[in-house]
Design a binder for this molecule. Structure first.
Ligand code: KG4
Ligand code: ZN
Length: 345
């Protein structure tokens, strides 16, 4: 069984083919970075047009690479939201047309579920597990009970973790996207030089806040000598910021572990997913946290943490196995919380 996955919810056009034997037969990601860079962020209209320009060719290329014909597909899965609605409409409409023309099932995948289930593509992880989902738009702690079954323990009350990385990168003149740039700048920096706040640290619960930290970085940067940042100052400030984010993630996740353990005493997996999970320093902090609680950290390889279509194909496969297919009347969703009981954030 092989499923085609299509991802167009942000600034990456992606197509992938994944089998139920967890074999990624093709996974192509076309970044639109160069088109958005002059604006310092993703421009929705440009993103939607770029998806439209490239998706057809990219899907063809993925099918060729995998040596699969459209008629052989078990299903066609596309990100149905949440995300920039113009791009989501492009991917969903394209997938529906292929499904209709080739008489294949269509599956609308929640982008966040794509991130959430990636660990089951890369590792032997059974339900339930505790998930720290850290991306550009989301920062949440969730109990993953099963496919389509999520209980949210905490979320950000202001910025997402990736958003904080992106904004700090902008302030420090490191460009866009910010996460990898801040991580690279922090190498060799002194994480203790700048005394930055750790919002909500030590407080009960599993919610996050990053807005105060972002402001503190701006004030610290403004207090440095005017002109271009000295390399040492830049490295120290990036390292201090990254350490503060690490402290916050570890503190909030520790509270979530306690809550998770109370519900599921036998469960052992802490999973991290989403673009920020590509950060090696943060992965190391979370691995240490997991070990301290006799848990195992599962972190997909960085290329499967940032946006890709293999995760959409895999989530499609998981849904297909349960008979969870969608009709062609499915309407793309700009907002789509994983836990319906929780407010979208
Ligand atoms: O999951 P993702 O690719 O897209 C969304 O669904 O949002 O996450 C993108 C976010 C961006 O904010 C980016 O700066 C951040 O993930 N990111 C990182 C790293 N790589 C990507 N943040 C910290 N360190 C990284 N190495
Ligand atoms: Zn994502």
């Amino acid at each position: 069984m092989i499923v085609l996955g299509i991802e167009t919810s942000c600034d990456e056009t992606a197509a992938a083919l994944v089998t139920d034997a967890r074999d990624i037969r093709a996974s192509l990601v076309l970044s639109q970075l160069d088109q958005h860079r002059p604006y310092g962020g993703v421009v929705p209209e440009i993103a939607a047009r770029a998806h439209l320009d490239h998706l057809d060719r990219l899907v063809g290329q993925a099918l060729d690479e995998a040596g699969v014909a459209l008629g052989e597909l078990g299903a066609i899965a596309a990100t149905g939201g949440p995300g920039l609605i113009g791009g989501v409409i492009v991917g969903v409409t394209f997938a529906k047309a292929l499904a209709l023309a080739h008489d294949r099932p269509f599956i609308a995948v929640n982008h966040l579920e794509g991130h959430a289930l990636t660990c089951r593509l890369t590792d032997d992880v059974g339900f339930p597990y505790l998930l720290l989902l850290v991306s550009g738009g989301h920062c949440q702690l969730l109990v993953v009970e099963g496919v389509g079954r999520y209980a949210r323990l905490g979320t950000t009350i202001d910025d997402a973790a990736g958003e904080a990385f992106d904004k700090v990168a902008k302030m420090l003149g490191l460009g866009f996207p910010g996460g990898p740039a801040v991580e690279a700048a922090a190498v060799g920096g002194d994480p203790a030089r700048f005394d930055l706040p750790r919002p909500l640290h030590g407080r009960p619960g599993a919610d996050f806040s990053f807005s105060g930290l972002k402001t503190a970085v701006r004030l610290a940067a403004e207090a440095l000598p005017p002109g271009a940042f000295a390399a040492r100052d830049l490295a120290d400030l990036a390292a201090s910021f990254q350490a503060a984010v690490g402290d916050v993630l570890v503190d909030r996740t520790a509270n979530a572990i306690a809550e998770f353990r109370a519900r599921h005493p036998q469960a052992r997996h802490l999973v991290v997913a989403g673009g920020v999970a590509a950060n090696a320093a943060l992965r190391a902090r979370l691995a240490a946290l997991a070990a301290a609680h006799a848990m195992t950290l599962v972190a997909p390889p960085p290329r499967l943490c940032t946006d890709n279509a293999a995760m959409i194909a895999w989530a499609g496969l998981e849904r297909l196995r349960l008979g969870l297919v969608d009709g062609l009347e499915f309407a793309p969703r700009p907002r789509w919380p994983l836990d319906p009981a929780a407010e979208a954030a």
